[in-house]
Design a protein around this ligand. Structure first.
Ligand code: ADP
Length: 320
């Protein structure tokens, strides 16, 4: 591929997902061990699409940590930015599938290895080579990971990378919108691309209206592109010069996990390919159509990582 490196920063973990919905993990007849963590999903989404991808984060030096780093490598993601913590264990998420299809998460994080990444452990050479630096760690509020996060952003920015942010707000970890906004401020204000889901938009604005006004209340001067994903309703986009929406594809959705990660990974692939965020609206809409197609395909299979599409799969959905 002709494209530059996309570095994703954050956590990778294992989701324990019950095989049936409506009961807790402990009551389920069985469960699956699904690798996940939004930033890691994005790293794999990029690699599947043929982009150059690296993951930066910390895993436990345990069975799960080595399994996860193996999955990144098998999928063609550069692992030179992975650290292993000698003491703490890899993060785990225990999932409950509610009867209405929503998911609830309980995290093993007391602390997990991802929270212990230190600024001095960062692979700065790798980060400096990024064309795009994408971040969205759920550990950004805890030290030392917070300092590592801020340093990685700063180094990437100084080296000329475009910064992309997906807050991945796991609501149980964020007691209030004010606290969330305060905690993510220094991270939010530096991003040139931000992707939020409709649920995050509602949470961050404290409004139950998903309209242009509430989206634009999140705007900041460095921002070039704000995206709001709307599940089966596609996405909305906001730039300095234009705004609009792009419809989703009709597919047979079985599990929406990872759709947003697939969407942003696809968008970033196009941004590195074009060497910039599209400046004309027609190109932006074409790119978002591609990203919507990636998101849609990701919902047609169970799990996040197994469902992330190759470019060939996307092109066949896009064929008229
Ligand atoms: P998140 O995973 O962050 O909640 P969304 O569910 O909004 O994000 O999904 C991201 C994108 O994936 C959407 O903008 C849409 O293009 C696509 N997508 C998600 N769910 C569906 C669906 N049920 N049918 C078609 N496309 C979908």
């Amino acid at each position: 591929s002709d494209s530059g490196l996309i570095v994703s920063f954050g956590e990778m973990l294992i989701d324990f997902v019950p095989t049936v919905s409506g009961v807790s993990l402990a009551e389920a007849p069985g469960f699956l061990k699904a690798p996940g963590g939004a930033p890691a999903n994005v790293a794999i989404a990029v690699a599947r699409l043929g982009g150059k991808s690296a993951f930066v984060g910390k895993l436990g030096d345990d069975e799960f940590g080595h399994m996860l780093s193996g999955i990144l490598k098998e999928n063609g993601v550069n692992g030179d930015g992975i650290n292993f913590d000698k003491g703490a264990r890899t993060a785990l998420a225990f999932v409950t599938l509610r009867a209405d299809g929503d998911r609830e998460f309980m995290f093993y994080r007391n602390p997990s290895a991802d929270m212990l990444l230190k600024p001095e452990e960062l692979n700065l050479e790798l980060i400096r080579s990024a064309k795009v630096f994408h971040y969205g760690s759920i550990s950004l509020i805890v030290e030392p990971c917070r300092s590592a996060h801020l340093k990685a952003m700063e180094v990437a920015k100084e080296a000329g990378a475009l910064l992309s942010y997906d807050p991945n707000l796991r609501l149980p970890l964020w007691p209030s919108a004010e606290e969330a906004r305060e905690q993510i401020k220094s991270i939010w204000d530096k991003a040139e691309v931000i992707k939020v889901s409709d649920v995050e938009l509602e949470f961050l604005t404290g409004s139950d209206k998903i309209d242009d006004e509430s989206a634009m209340s999140l705007w900041h001067p460095n921002l070039k592109l704000l995206l709001v994903t709307l599940g089966e309703n596609g996405c909305k986009y906001y730039t300095k010069n234009f705004r609009g929406s792009v419809d989703a594809f009709h597919v047979n959705s079985v599990d929406t996990t990872g759709a947003g990660d697939s969407f942003i990974g696809a968008l970033l692939c196009k941004v590195v390919h074009d060497h910039s965020i599209p400046e004309d609206e027609a190109r932006l809409r074409e790119v978002l159509k591609f990203a919507n197609a990636c998101g849609a395909i990701t919902t047609t299979k169970k799990g996040a990582i197994p469902a992330l599409p190759t470019e060939t799969e996307v092109l066949s959905l896009l064929k008229p």
